[in-house]
Design a protein around this ligand. Structure first.
Ligand SMILES: Cc1ncc(COP(=O)(O)O)c(C=O)c1O
Length: 379
């Protein structure tokens, strides 16, 4: 049995001691002045992370709740929606839109590949009557470890005129997302990924174009109604009782992230992704995403060597070394495993995970080769 746990999944990530301590505070009145000053700081911090001046809605919910809110506030039943689907979270976005009666045109791309821009261009230019009201897309698809080119997708969507709704739950802060410069209408994120806070809060940015769509959007909503959320946001409150402890943690995490600086945060995630990819390749393992240009900075899916079952390997490294890795999702279940390296996961933990795999795998590669390759990148 291992004494220590190395949580290396793509969220929730471990939580820094500063954030844990902040969350241990006594409750305060969520309709009082100290709470509203904390919410203000969080909203400004999220705007900083999103590189936007847009309104930010703070919701007590998980990332999926944030996704649902970004559908029901801007669309009506029967609206056509183009869903750009590169994995399990693309599937989820489409399912939510269907559940509320949208007419979803789901374009599925090969697993391990990014959204193909030509296909998007064809789909949008074929829509002469402008039936498509919104395009749904992930910045980072966590199930396949692929980073989409959101800037270019947004340019195509702007030419058409539909809304672009981005799920940045696992991508935010791991790679730049310039919400204002790229004209992203609605962007969703969650507290438990690169923000390094436990699950419980989602953040949704809304620009003017999205607010205009909100005026005519008829999908049913109550808890997630952004009109109510905005009314309360103006006085530094949320319509319903928020997850107060998570709010405390978020305030501290924003302070830590600001101390580090946006460019350093992006560089940290980029380096971690490069290091793990180099390490796994040196072990002779096959990555789902071969193309480094579209590789996620948050998570790396990798196939086990021939003859070894992915989930059995995960069990062994968890039990013997305390290294907790994620499994495959949906059609990739059992076929591969995923190493999370976003948020509060550090370089030495990454080396520890590689070392544990190296000890167990016996891929015929010299012991130390994976760790050495990762160290070269980290040095
Ligand atoms: C890209 C993406 N979208 C949405 C979600 C859903 O978030 P949650 O599990 O917090 O509901 C996740 C969670 O892993 C995710 O990675």
């Amino acid at each position: 049995m291992a004494f220590k746990e190395y949580l290396m999944i793509p969220g929730p990530t471990p939580v820094p001691a500063r954030v844990l301590t902040a969350m241990g505070r006594q409750m305060i009145n969520h309709r009082g002045p100290s709470f509203s000053s904390i919410i203000k700081e969080i909203v400004e911090g999220v705007q900083w992370a999103y590189q936007t001046k847009n309104d930010i809605i703070v919701l007590t919910t998980s990332g999926t709740g944030g996704m649902e809110s970004s559908i029901v506030n801007f669309l009506s039943p029967g609206d056509r929606v183009l869903s750009l689907n590169i994995g399990a979270f693309g599937n989820r976005f489409a399912k939510i839109a269907k559940a509320y009666g949208a007419d979803v045109d789901e374009v599925k791309f090969e697993r391990g590949k990014a959204v193909d821009l030509k296909t998007v261009e064809q789909k949008l230019s074929a829509d002469k009557d402008k039936k498509i009201k919104a395009v749904l897309v992930q910045q980072n698809e966590t199930s396949t470890g692929v980073l989409n080119d959101i800037k270019s997708i947004a340019e195509l969507v702007h030419k058409h005129g539909a809304l672009i709704i981005v799920d940045a739950v696992s991508g935010l802060l791991t790679a730049p997302l310039k919400v204002d410069e790229w004209g992203l209408d609605v962007v969703v994120s969650g507290s438990q990924k690169a923000f390094m806070v436990p699950p419980g809060l989602a953040f949704v940015s809304v620009n003017k174009k999205a607010w205009a769509a909100h005026e005519n959007a008829k999908m049913p909503r109550f808890y997630f109604d952004f009109k109510a959320a905005m009314k309360f946001a103006e006085i530094g409150e949320t319509p319903w009782t928020p997850a107060v402890s998570i709010v405390f943690g978020m305030q501290e995490a924003i302070r830590m992230l600001k101390e580090e600086g946006l460019d350093n945060i992006f560089a940290r995630h980029e380096k971690m992704a490069k290091a793990v990819r180099a390490g796994l390749r040196a072990l002779g393992l096959k990555l789902l995403v071969e193309d480094d240009k579209i590789a996620s900075r948050a998570v790396t899916p990798v196939f086990p060597p021939e003859g070894i079952e992915a989930d059995k390997l995960r069990k062994v490294v968890r039990e013997k070394y305390g290294v907790v890795l994620a499994g495959g999702q949906e059609d990739l279940k059992g076929k591969l495993f995923r190493i999370g390296h976003l948020g509060y996961i550090d370089k030495l933990e990454l080396l520890a995970a590689l070392a544990a795999l190296e000890i167990e795998l016996g891929t015929g590669v010299k012991k130390g080769a994976g760790v050495a390759a990762a160290e070269e990148v980290l040095a």
